[in-house]
Design a binder for this molecule. Structure first.
Ligand code: NDP
Length: 504
């Protein structure tokens, strides 16, 4: 097959020379290799093996949980001063900065994302570690001196215990950084499982944690398949909390597994996020944001702006401009710094995207741009615009998780809000209008965890992130991010003589 997408062999060889192919898991401060069986990861753009990680077994997950339990029950970390915890987190941030290029290459090669974008994600991850370090110093409870002269009330914030952190493949280092530093800031100990397709940067992070002085056993990293190592992490009685990002289906199963021992859960799941465009919007900015929102990370993004809700008066013009601008999106070699959209994560996933598109076409939808994989030795898909879609169609409701955007139209503000709320999800949305009343009405009416007004996919650690409805449970980031990994304890103190019970 002709390679229509040129791939730079020298850039690939230079990148591969930067880090070792084989990595170990980390359990109790030691390298662990499971039974010796490994999982090979091929770059989805280049088709060559870029990393090999141990195929962890259920007993490896249990060993990691036991190490975390021991470190929590007997180790120094839960009782460490906030100052010292914060110092470790800041050191980790500096080490992430130091190894930025290496981490970006690992994420780009394993996931297929563009290197320029990966570099930005690593910078963003370091910034989150610094934010968590600041919050570590702020963690406090409450006290009540208002209960009478002989009583005092304290509400203590204690670390919740052992946390299972399970992450997906789309933003490998960024997503673990939305969870792990906050759990560590609270004084928790952790077991982390990255996706088996993108484990390298998380394993490298483990080495950075050790270099920063995190005690052994506080963060354990296991690699392998979900049913083999992820499942025990959601059911083991020694785990106190599950923090999961991934699909709604697996999130639901993880919650059910945790329910037997009543674990606390934090779930970041899927989305089918509407971008609502009114005729009075700054059209150029809205078209640009729609282009970015649809194709960023090849649409493999829980926050993808995968559902355009266009006012009927501007729908045709908007779609024409979107198709025109999309021609300037460069799909190509993830190692080329000018690439906007890289490869699709796996052959299976590409087939899944194509199956969604076939069903949409069969149901009467019209593909206005793209619609097919690109000829290449790697896994590339053309940015695809689907119109003629009705709200009842699967493509209008289900997460495709690929470079596919659907367009629906509305006539009134109420209709726009109803359409926006017409899926099972509620992760994010955007509204484009110069009219404050319109923007705020949509902002308040749409049931989603984040609403962007005249912008799209802006993020900062100060602002909480999470979903309504089947997009998740709980919030990450924001000023309560460390509190999420704590339990509240009431310490009710009596001083001096106590009045007896009436029988006394
Ligand atoms: P999954 O939900 O299958 O996987 C997420 C994580 O959970 C991975 O580490 C996975 O391991 C693990 N896992 C799988 N099964 C179990 C289990 N039984 N118990 C505990 N952990 C488990 O997502 P995928 O990565 O396979 O992606 C599939 C779909 O999920 C995408 O097409 C997309 O729709 C959605 N998705 C949503 C994301 C989001 O950010 N909201 C992110 C990624 C995907 P392993 O991969 O090793 O099997």
């Amino acid at each position: 097959m002709t390679a229509h997408i040129p791939l730079d062999a020298k850039a690939l060889n230079d990148a591969l020379a930067r880090f070792p192919r084989d990595r170990a898991m980390q359990i109790g401060g030691r390298d662990a290799h499971a039974g010796g069986e490994t999982i090979e990861r091929r770059s989805p753009a280049h088709g060559v093996v870029v990393t090999r990680v141990p195929r962890g077994r259920p007993e490896d997950a249990r060993a990691a949980i036991a190490a975390a339990r021991q470190a929590f029950d007997r180790g120094p970390w839960p009782n460490e001063t906030a100052s010292n915890r914060s110092r470790v987190l800041l050191k980790v941030a500096d080490l992430i900065d130091r190894d930025r290029e290496l981490l970006a290459l690992m994420d780009a090669l394993e996931s297929g994302k563009p290197i320029a974008q990966a570099r930005g994600e690593i910078e963003g991850a370091a910034d989150i570690w610094r934010y968590a370090a600041a919050l570590a110093r702020e963690l406090s409870g409450e006290s009540y001196a208002s209960l009478g002269g002989d009583r005092l009330g304290f509400v203590l914030r204690e670390p919740i215990g052992v946390v299972s952190i399970i992450t997906p493949w789309n933003f490998p280092l960024l997503i673990v950084s939305q969870k792990l530093p906050f759990a560590l800031a609270a004084g928790c100990t952790c077991v982390v499982k990255p996706s088996e397709m993108t484990s390298a940067s998380t394993l490298h992070l483990g080495a950075l944690l050790a270099e920063a002085g995190l005690p052994n056993g506080v963060c354990n990293i296991v690699t392998g398949y979900g049913p083999e190592v992820g499942a025990p992490m959601t059911s083991d009685a020694d785990v106190d909390m599950i923090s999961f990002t991934g699909s709604t289906g697996v999130g639901r199963a993880a919650m059910a597994a945790g329910a037997a021992t009543l674990k606390k859960v934090s779930m970041e799941l899927g989305g089918k996020n509407p971008q609502v465009i009114f005729p009075d919007a700054d059209m150029d900015a809205a078209v640009d944001a729609a282009t970015f929102g649809a194709w960023f990370n090849a649409g493999e993004c829980c926050n993808a702006g995968s559902r355009l809700l266009l006012h009927a008066d501007i729908a045709e013009d908007f779609l024409a401009r979107l198709a025109e601008r999309s021609k300037r999106v460069k799909v190509g070699d993830p190692l080329d710094p000018d690439t906007h959209v890289g490869a699709i994560i796996s052959a299976d996933h590409l087939v899944k995207i194509e199956t969604h598109l076939r069903a949409a076409r069969d149901g009467g939808a019209v593909v206005r741009a793209g619609g097919a994989r690109l000829e290449s030795n790697g896994l590339f898909m053309a940015p695809t615009i689907v119109a003629g879609v009705t709200p009842a169609m699967a493509i209008a409701r289900d997460e495709v998780f690929g470079p596919v955007v659907v367009a629906l139209t509305f006539k009134t503000l109420g209709e726009a809000i109803d359409l926006a709320n017409s899926t099972a999800y509620g992760l994010s949305a955007s509204v484009w209008s110069r009219d404050l009343d319109t923007a705020i009405a949509v902002g308040r009416g749409v049931r989603a965890g984040t609403i962007w007004v005249n912008t799209f996919m802006d993020g900062t650690p100060e602002l909480p992130f999470g979903g309504y409805r089947q997009s998740g449970v709980g919030r990450e980031l924001g000023r309560n991010a460390v509190k999420d990994y704590t339990e509240e304890k009431t310490l009710h103190v009596h001083t001096g003589p106590r009045t007896g019970w009436w029988v006394g």
